[in-house]
Design a protein around this ligand. Sequence first.
Ligand code: ADP
Length: 355
Amino acid sequence: MASVDDIRALASQVIDPEIGRTLGDLHMIADVQLTGTTYVVRLELPTPLYPNSHRLKKLVSDKVAVAVEPGQTLDVQIEAKVRGKNSGGRIGLKVHNVIAVGSGKGGVGKSTVAAALACGLHSFGCKVGLMDADVYGPSIPHMLGASGQPAATEHVAGDGQKFARMEPIDVDGLKLMSMGFFIAEGQSVVWRGPMLHKALTQFLKDTDWGELDYLVIDLPPGTGDVSLTLSQQVGLAGAVIVCTPQQVALLDAIKAVDMYQKVNVPVLGMVENMSGEIFGRGGAKRVAEELKLPFLGEVPIDATIRKYGDAGKMMDLLKDDSPSRDALLAVCQNVAMQIARNLLETPAAPTLEIL
Ligand code: ADP
């Protein structure tokens, strides 16, 4: 009769079809037990967005089946736990993965993709925060139908000192914070560089995010220094670059990629938004290939996206049977999987610390 270790050894040899390495290497076998006459193998996926998990389950079942004797059974169970390079932190910020969403220029749908990404991750049961750092056009609260002002709560630190924390606005469990909450509608804001940096840092660190699997940050467009500030202060899991398919927008995206790479922010890949008749198709994929970056998917130009965004229903866009739902969910999955892949390839990074 096969021992539990035999079963584990067999399961460990299975090559993960998504990442291309063995389950043993990927530490994806959480546990193997023999309960009565049943071998229970528990697999742990690196994110609930892992695609086609039943395919992996079948690969493991087939591999282990040879060691299961008549009268014995096999039960392969699947669970997911988001892994991340950041956790803990001196200021109590517990965020596993910080994802920045950037673009070379405005109007390409960066905020829309950031909001959809956060909603999509949330729809898979992850603990998600969304920070709207696009100070020049904070549109995220509107897209999610959120209003009001974040409440401040007082806390006492270990040394007895009191400090205040802002409560993010809760949208069906998604934690949202935006500069927009502090700016009257229709007003513009002029930020001087240092003030902006300070405001953003404070925003991140003084918000009571709680424990998060993913924190999505919607950056201001351009190759500005805001991204630099964030990348220096937060151990970003990576940046997602959003662009439209036409040439001018792609050139700006290439510049943005270059900037992230210069400041050592891993670029998770490029998303082509608004692809279709008007702007063309496939441009971002080509550029991603040229730059040797992952292509994270294409989102069609689709009036439903604008309508849902305008109506403050981004959360529903990913639930309802909308024409772009699958495309958006695929982007979410690709982002989550790219983070998981990067984590497995790079050694553990230091704990997230905000200076
Ligand atoms: P950015 O953040 O890059 O400035 P936004 O996300 O604010 O851009 O999007 C600009 C406008 O385009 C919004 O009205 C939004 O609803 C719309 N939009 C974004 N993506 C799409 C899409 N794929 N199809 C149709 N409209 C879109």
